[in-house]
Design a protein around this ligand. Structure first.
Ligand code: UDP
Length: 327
């Protein structure tokens, strides 16, 4: 039987590059990104196409050439930064999704798996369910919700919309993990800073939470890749339907707890520095994951916080050895 053909957009990013390594054992995986791939991402040139997805004509040519069965659309402007213009978010998230859907309609592809975010929800101090109210406060969240609505209003295309919570850590074999420049996420910044004896800034300690710091739901990149693999098998024989699914571990940890666990695992003593709150941060973002379990037969296997941090430490050592700096 021929392998299912998958196209990953945004394949040079953190999730895309890990996903490629994870999926290529089972599927024929093609990659597209406007950026070149990272040197550690073990990409075969044969499967990589460099293209800005805003260029619909160029992208359509590539799609016609490879005719993927399923598109996994991860490309986009994913940094949450209110100083980035709305046009940038709208062009790279919404308009690119619109381009992909219109190409899919034109060439007859009808399955897409889409990376959305926890940032589409209206924050609340309890676990978030998929049916909860959406009311994004950031431009990033708004552009993702607008893209979700486009997908769900298209009745000819079957879509799985994953709302990722805090994706983190690294795959160990072969080793690959998170690298952004600039890095903005808590765990990679913390592990990099601790390993260099630099002061770690925590944004805010007077939130209305158990220890005053924000609480997040961290999910290991392995469990994200595994959920996507299961969703490929789920969607492959479907003709239509839209599914919105939270992906997290279902557990919340405060910034202070993360720091304490990391310090213990790294045998590191450091002064954390509490600085002012970051604009737009929600104090509590944790999801319910029953829907992912029920629909996909998935459950998190590697998302204990200890395992997440240990694998991140391992990946950080590799980056240090290669003289790659994240902070
Ligand atoms: N955070 C922090 N210091 C940093 C980076 C992040 O205290 O250098 C906090 C941030 O304010 C939030 C949590 O860590 O409370 C998770 O932030 P991250 O950017 O990793 O993910 P987000 O949930 O905001 O997408």
């Amino acid at each position: 039987m021929p392998k299912i053909k998958i196209l990953i957009t945004g394949s040079s990013g953190y999730i895309g590059s890990c996903l490629n390594i994870y999926l290529k054992k089972s599927f024929e995986v093609y990659l597209v990104d406007k950026e070149p791939y990272q040197k550690w991402s073990k990409v075969s040139k044969k499967y990589f196409y460099r293209c800005d997805l805003k260029n619909k004509i160029k992208f359509k040519k590539f799609i016609l050439k490879i005719k993927p069965d399923i598109i996994i659309h991860l490309a986009g402007q994913s940094t949450v930064d209110e100083s980035i213009s709305w046009k940038n978010y709208n062009d790279n998230n919404y308009l690119v999704t619109k381009n992909i859907l219109s190409i899919m309609n034109e060439v007859g592809i009808n399955k897409i798996i889409f990376s959305s975010t926890a940032a589409v929800y209206k924050p609340k101090d309890k676990k978030i369910y998929e049916k909860d109210v959406t009311a994004p406060s950031s431009k990033y969240g708004k552009s993702k919700l607008k893209s979700e609505n486009l997908l769900t209003s298209n009745k000819k295309i079957c879509s799985i919309i994953f709302r990722f919570f805090n994706v983190c850590s690294a795959l160990k074999k072969p080793l690959i993990g998170e690298y952004h420049k600039p890095e903005t996420h808590l765990i990679p910044i913390m592990i990099s800073k601790f390993s260099k004896n630099k002061v770690m800034e925590i944004f805010g300690n007077d939130y209305n939470t158990k220890d005053g710091t924000c609480i997040r739901d961290y999910i290991h990149i392995f469990d994200i890749c595994n959920a996507i693999k299961k969703s490929i098998y789920f969607i492959k024989n479907k003709k239509c339907g839209n599914y919105k699914i939270n992906l997290g571990s279902g557990k919340g940890y405060s910034n202070k707890e993360i720091a304490n666990i990391a310090m213990k695992l790294m045998r590191h003593k450091t002064n954390l520095q509490y600085v002012k709150k970051r604009k737009g941060d929600s104090q509590f973002l944790v999801c319910d994951i029953k829907k992912a379990k029920n629909i996909l037969g998935w459950k998190p296997k590697k998302s204990t916080i200890k395992n997440i941090i240990l694998n991140e430490i391992y990946w950080n050592k590799y980056l240090l050895k290669k003289n790659v700096s994240r902070v």
